[in-house]
Design a protein around this ligand. Structure first.
Ligand code: CO
Length: 163
């Protein structure tokens, strides 16, 4: 099942999501639907709040042959910060450079209930940080420079109006 993506302005994107207490069949189904939705719109990551579900989980597929289903993640940041261009399925049509840490270590539960510790750099490291932020109600456009922000202010306003 393909979910509808919540767009900038939707209140679900601004909430702090709550922990998944038990990995039920329903949770597994939601994760599967999220993967399907992410593939359908050719995204590399999708967090539950983006489909209106404020639970601490997200899916990532950066094309390395490993589809990650991530539940209740904890994050640790490593290294220096550097800027790279990002986009977000909930902020369509906008791509901007933002600073993130070189690496991130995620400790999470997978869909089988196994605890996984994974370090990611480059694209995966960014995806970890970007998707984790969604669980805290943070969007990448919150982190862009003030100048950049002024340049996209109009676009954001119009997304907000239509959300
Ligand atoms: Co996003």
């Amino acid at each position: 099942m393909i979910y509808e993506i919540k767009i900038y302005g939707a209140q679900e994107l601004r909430q702090i999501s709550t922990e998944v207490e038990e990995i039920t069949e329903e949770i597994k189904e939601i994760l599967e639907n999220m993967v399907e939705t992410m593939h359908d719109i050719k995204g590399i990551g999708l967090a539950a709040p983006q489909v209106g579900i404020n639970k601490r989980m997200f899916v990532i597929d950066i094309g390395d042959g490993h589809i990650r289903k991530i539940i209740n993640p904890k994050i640790e940041y490593l290294g220096e910060m550097y800027e790279a261009e990002e986009g977000c399925l909930s902020v369509p049509g906008i791509y901007r450079g933002i600073k993130r840490y070189e690496k991130a270590v995620l400790t999470y539960t997978d869909e089988n209930g196994k605890i996984v510790v994974e370090e990611g750099d480059e694209l995966l490291g960014r995806a970890f940080q970007h998707e984790f932020d969604h669980l805290e109600g943070i969007l990448y456009v919150d982190k862009i420079s003030p100048v950049s922000k002024r340049l996209i202010a109009k676009k954001l306003k119009s997304l907000e109006k239509n959300s």
